[in-house]
Design a protein around this ligand. Sequence first.
Ligand code: AMP
Ligand code: ZN
Ligand code: FE
Ligand code: FE
Length: 286
Amino acid sequence: MIDLHMHTVFSDGASQPEELVAACAAQNLEAIAVTDHDTTESLIHIQKAADNTGLRIIPGIEINTVWHYNGNHKEVHILGYFIDPNGDLLQEIIKKHQASRVVQLSEMAEKIRDKARIKLTFEDILAHSGQGTIGRPHVAKAIVEKGGAPSISDAFSRYLNPAASTYVRRQTAPPHEAVEAIYESGGIAVIAHPGEMEGIEILTKELMEYGLGGLEAYHKSHSPGVIEFHCSLAEELGLIVTGGTDFHGTGEAYAKALERVHMPPYVYEELQAEYTRRQKSMFKAS
Ligand code: AMP
Ligand code: ZN
Ligand code: FE
Ligand code: FE
């Protein structure tokens, strides 16, 4: 078994890299990819923790982008596998996204202070993100802590979703730039949790022109029908499918999360085959 989608404290997950690797090793997984949002900082810790466990680490990332389609802004997450964390375009996007997250969330903290009368400072948010990629989940935790909402999901629906008056948009790369950056670093780009997203076929075809390699058909939010839809679309377009738990929790909750995602073994075989194929074509080109 493999798991190609999970998060640590280096973004909005709750596990330390060592804790996550231990939880995966305890499940006898063959390979994992940790895919922290807009950062590659966890990868070195993950690899170190996995040395001597027999667990194979595929270097990964999840880049949060926004797609402009039909007059709307749609959040699209792009996963990268077998990336070189030092890729130039990749690091360029990461730096841009890190900076724009800080701008967005400090402006949102100000609005939440002014409009919702919650005494929330940027430092309160930082206390939850630590050194990792800062994000709305950290704001949600800080709001709950200040008594501004009874739960994380409540904080999202009151203050943090795009329809809220306290929401501020952030500058992000469009999805094709994330795909291009992953491709340039030698990685395989995959659209994360495509779900029942409107325009997915158009987006997929557009991103294939930049080197898109697959669709994340297997995800905890996907019904059997949605999984089937993306497997068929991928097959029709010559893409691979991937999947994972999208785990954000602490170690002891991992086994349950893994039970919820049923990925057939061919997923790992096709991912490896695609990686080998790309390496060969790069070798030929150079
Ligand atoms: P950000 O990185 O700031 O764009 O925040 C995105 C993250 O927030 C996602 O990866 C989810 O983990 C989390 N998220 C988004 N919407 C909700 C929600 N309604 N309730 C809880 N978590 C959410
Ligand atoms: Zn997340
Ligand atoms: Fe995501
Ligand atoms: Fe994720």
